[in-house]
Design a protein around this ligand. Structure first.
Ligand SMILES: NC(=O)c1ccc[n+]([C@@H]2O[C@H](COP(=O)([O-])OP(=O)(O)OC[C@H]3O[C@@H](n4cnc5c(N)ncnc54)[C@H](OP(=O)(O)O)[C@@H]3O)[C@@H](O)[C@H]2O)c1
Length: 239
């Protein structure tokens, strides 16, 4: 296993849920962090939490769907932190409603954030990784990227796209020692899913953000010669 000490990670949507848990787990490994999100208040809160742990952290407010804002955010991060070694493309939103109910604007929002968000950030970060001749990119898709369900056609479409995009990118950047991985978790207890079926879930029975974060840390620690191409974390016995 390799040490992550001193590496620099950029996490989109690192202010809440899976992204925040990943930032905390990476901070425990001595990783320096850059967090991108829309709400300054949430960014300030996670920055305080990470600083209290003794971590080096830079935050940048940006909507990942906005290419110009992303470009400026990545420039600020690279100025303050240096070249990014680990990119976690985690920011994402859901759009709930039947195909008939979803408006064109709902489709555009979810596709722009969940797909184009990854494109914008990755295009900005990749040149530094290629120059370093190494790097890690983890793209968070979903079980909905493998299987469509009623009421989530737009979300599923976006998450299927993440898998195809990740595979193509992975094949292109392997010669630069860049490992592109795509995760397809099942339900994780976060703001995105909390209260969806109007009852509290037993934390012992449902995958928690920390579980996924610990998984990501262990995959990043694998020797550079090997990598997790794709993985799904499921709850063992949620019934
Ligand atoms: N929870 C699950 O069951 C589950 C399962 C499979 C996959 N996933 C995927 O895992 C990822 C994280 O989900 P989560 O459950 O942790 O969600 P969450 O708790 O709602 O957190 C989402 C994070 O992304 C940020 N974000 C959202 N839209 C953004 C945008 N346009 N630009 C920049 N930042 C943005 C949010 O901050 P701001 O709102 O401040 O921008 C927040 O920090 C998503 O891609 C989701 O689709 C989740």
């Amino acid at each position: 296993m390799q040490s992550l000490q001193g590496k620099k990670a950029l996490i989109t949507g690192g202010s809440r849920g899976i992204g925040r848990a990943t930032a905390i787990e990476l901070a425990k490994e001595g990783v320096e962090l850059a967090i991108v999100g829309r709400s300054q208040e949430n960014l300030d809160q996670v920055e305080r939490e990470l600083r209290d742990m003794g971590a080096t952290v830079v935050t940048a407010q940006a909507d990942v769907a906005d290419e110009q804002a992303v470009s400026e955010a990545v420039k600020k991060i690279e100025r303050e932190l240096g070249t990014i070694d680990i990119l976690v493309n985690n920011a994402g939103v859901a759009a709930r409603g039947s195909f008939q109910e979803l408006e064109t604007a709902d489709w555009e929002k979810v596709l722009n954030i969940n797909i184009m968000g990854i494109v914008h950030i990755t295009k900005a970060v990749l040149p530094g990784m290629i120059e370093n001749n190494r790097g890690d990119i983890i793209n968070i898709s979903s079980m909905s990227g493998l299987k469509g369900t009623k009421g989530s056609s737009a979300y599923s479409a976006s998450k299927f796209a993440v898998i195809g995009m990740s595979e193509g990118l992975m094949q292109e950047v392997r010669p630069h020692n860049i490992r592109v991985s795509v995760l397809t978790p099942s339900l994780v207890e976060t703001d995105l899913t909390r209260g969806r079926d109007n009852h509290e879930r037993d934390p012992e029975k449902f995958t928690q953000a920390e579980d996924l974060a610990e998984f990501m840390v262990s995959q990043l620690k694998l020797e550079q010669r090997t990598f997790v191409k794709t993985a799904a974390l499921w709850a063992t016995n949620p019934f």
